[in-house]
Design a protein around this ligand. Structure first.
Ligand code: FAD
Length: 376
């Protein structure tokens, strides 16, 4: 196809979009601000709706081999450990939804997505500064440092602090929730007296922690918290904190939780912000994808999953409409309601606590969902 697409951001959504675009025969270049890929110490849950997209990119076997398959996502009272609700996963979820529910290291997911993109497609050290018209139908992307590139269409997959969103819609004012997420990965052999065998969310009165293995043999563990901390508002994957802070935050929790957090040699800290669903994601031949247009709290573990869904739907829309602006309008119309629902449900931080119906979320198939006609 003789359309040249620029994707801004080589994160989860951007790489997935680039993978689908190159498979569909589009000319695609991904511009990424970072100097190269780094292995961020974090886990990630990939629910069946996400795994269906990763399967279509040819990554399922590789991810199954790397990931842990939790039998449940259990919800327990922080102090007594009593079971509050149980989402049954494992073979049951796979049979019901036709795809597995995996938990893995974010770095392994990212590496797998890189392998789905031809090597010369990603240009590192390209931090987008501006986008402007170049002639009647082309766009010019300007990068920090003065370099530039042209394309017929631009996909802004540049994450929660999206420059493309800012250029389209103006600066955003997110609401700080007054809470932070601590997170880290480390060898499970460091934990004394307990073996983590599934994915568990431990619910305290004003805080929680989620703990699960991130490797197939459960040799590496991950935790992620949500804890009140009104004085900290840095939303960044690289910000660190003293792991003792997490030990103190979990002081009243079950001995298993205390054993896990006490074993972690280091920790990172991410301020949790809330953002409302957007009413539009693009203008003409520029459109947003993933956290750039629907950033959400991590409480349902769906931010990356919905970015993957976006990528699959977007490229289906592009295959069905020759004009990128029309394709982008069809993509936006197909995706807006679903992502708003996930965003708003995630905000309530109730997912799974009392069991409940998961089929509307995990049963979604981005490869076959009917595409809406273009238009808002
Ligand atoms: P990102 O993955 O953030 O990628 C954006 C990319 O754009 C980055 O590489 C960045 O460097 C680049 N970029 C930014 N600005 C520019 C620029 N100006 N020019 C060029 N490049 C630029 N989701 C799940 O599905 N499951 C989970 O279990 C889960 N757990 C989470 C736990 C925590 C603590 C957090 C904070 C989030 C979690 N999420 C989870 C959400 C998930 O991490 C995000 O939704 C996902 O990473 C979004 O993907 P993306 O491609 O839109 O953005």
């Amino acid at each position: 196809m003789d359309i040249e697409i620029a994707v801004v951001g080589a994160g989860i959504g951007g790489l997935a979009a680039a993978g689908f675009l190159s498979r569909a025969g589009f000319r695609v270049t991904v511009y990424e601000q970072a100097r190269g890929f780094e292995r961020v110490g974090a886990g990630i849950q990939m629910s069946p709706n996400a795994m269906r997209v990763l399967r279509a990119l040819g990554l399922e076997d590789r991810l199954r081999a790397a990931a842990f398959t939790p039998p449940t996502w259990s919800h327990r009272a922080a102090d007594t450990g009593d079971l509050l609700g149980d989402l049954v996963l494992g073979a049951d979820a796979e049979e019901r939804f036709g795809a597995p529910y995996l938990v893995l290291h974010r770095g392994d997911l990212h590496q797998a997505l890189q392998s789905a993109v031809p090597p010369d497609v990603v240009r590192f050290r390209h931090r987008l500064a501006g986008i402007e018209p170049a002639g009647s139908s082309r766009l010019r992307l300007r990068f920090d440092g003065g370099t530039a590139a042209e394309a017929d269409a631009v996909i802004g997959a540049d994450g929660v602090h999206s420059r493309v969103r800012e250029l389209l819609l103006g600066p955003e004012r997110p609401r700080f929730t007054g809470r932070v997420a601590h997170r880290t990965t480390f060898p499970s052999s460091l934990v004394r007296g307990f073996t983590v065998t599934t994915n568990t969310k431990w619910w305290g009165a004003d805080r929680h922690i989620v703990i699960y293995p991130v490797t197939a043999n459960a040799g590496e563990l991950y935790y992620v918290t949500s804890v009140p901390d009104p004085a900290w508002d840095t939303e960044s994957w690289s910000a660190r904190c003293d792991p003792v802070e997490v030990v103190e935050a979990m002081a009243g929790f079950h001995p298993e939780v205390r054993a896990v957090v006490a074993a972690a040699p280091e920790a990172h800290k991410w301020a949790l912000f809330e953002r409302d669903p957007l009413e539009r994601w693009g203008e003409g031949a520029v459109v947003l994808l993933g956290d750039a247009c629907h950033p959400m709290t991590p409480y349902m573990a769906q931010g990356a999953a919905t970015s993957l869904e976006d990528a699959a739907v977007l490229v289906r829309a592009m295959a069905g409409h020759a004009d990128p602006a029309t394709a982008f309008a069809a993509y936006e119309a197909t995706r807006l309601d679903r992502t708003a629902r996930v965003q708003l449900t995630s905000r309530t931080n109730t997912w799974g606590r009392a069991g409940g119906d998961t089929s509307w979320l995990y049963g979604y198939d981005a490869l076959t969902v009917p595409l809406a006609p273009p238009g808002r």
